[in-house]
Design a protein around this ligand. Structure first.
Ligand code: NAI
Length: 246
């Protein structure tokens, strides 16, 4: 389905990003994984991707830094020749009620989730325009649509990603570049691993389908958006949340 294409996945070394990287590779795409650092988990991810028979490489880069993003993206283009699919998945939380959020809690979340997504997209957009083809998939969150107590900084960053997605879709549609957002609900990963059993039961009670989602549930949607099956879809936000926000 994606044979010969190259995908970049930020935060692709674990969790949802890793499931996305595997899914795209299983469908034939070469994958450049952008991760904060060269960890053992990141190495293991690259080994597994290579075992799937595709080209895969790791790029250590903090997406908060515009300079690091520029040089990592140049390196990716030099190594892979071109990029076809960009998945902006890297993200963090620093949850607290508003009065208890430090300036750093606010800056970090906006810098990684929103500005990082913008920096990486900006670094590849000229290349997409030159080849008159590109596919950008941004991982937002259902809380970017519905809001959430204790997550003012995070939900603002994820709502920002939605505005960014729609603007990129409008600015580059004529250049045959699509840009969509995915809004996951609660997905079982390290990010949600810190929840207590009580919190988890409370969350499940709000989800019509009755369980947390898996990284694969998100990856399946990303694969659809990355493929030609979605060729007439752009500027869209698609939820994968078990019906949590209907
Ligand atoms: P995770 O914490 O397991 O993985 C996040 C990834 O982002 C890690 O690989 C990490 O290294 C990378 N990352 C963090 N800061 C970075 C930086 N400054 N530069 C480069 N990479 C960085 O999280 P998870 O659960 O896999 O989340 C992935 C995405 O999905 C995030 O954007 C998250 O906000 C979003 N999401 C997650 C949900 C969940 O329930 N787990 C729900 C809705 C959205």
């Amino acid at each position: 389905m994606l044979n010969g294409k190259t995908a970049v996945v930020t935060g692709g070394a674990r969790g949802i990003g890793r499931a996305i990287a595997y899914k795209l590779a299983e469908n034939g795409a070469n994958v450049a994984v952008v991760a904060t650092r060269d960890s053992e988990k990141a190495r293991e991810t690259i080994d597994n991707l290579q075992k799937l028979g595709v080209k895969a490489r790791l790029y250590a880069c903090d997406i908060k830094s515009a300079e690091e993003v520029t040089s990592a993206c140049e390196e990716i283009l030099a190594d892979f020749g071109q990029v076809d699919i960009l998945v902006n998945n890297a993200g963090i939380t620093r949850d607290n009620i508003l009065p208890s959020l430090s300036a750093m809690d606010i800056d970090d979340v906006i810098d990684v989730n929103l500005k990082g997504t913008m920096f990486v997209t900006k670094a590849f957009i000229r290349q997409f325009v030159r080849k008159r083809a590109g596919n950008i998939i941004n991982i937002s969150s259902v809380v970017g649509l519905m809001g959430n107590k204790g997550q003012t900084n995070y939900s603002a960053s994820k709502a920002g990603i939605i505005g960014f997605t729609k603007s990129v879709a409008r600015e580059y549609g004529r250049k045959n570049i699509r840009c969509n957002a995915v809004a996951p609900g609660y997905i079982a990963t390290d990010m949600t691993g810190a929840l207590s059993d009580e919190q988890r039961d409370q969350i499940k009670s709000q989800i019509p389908l009755g369980s947390l989602g898996s990284p694969d549930n998100v990856a399946d949607l990303v694969l659809f958006l990355a493929s030609d099956s979605s060729s007439y879809i752009t500027g869209e936000v698609i939820k994968v949340d078990g019906g949590m926000y209907v």
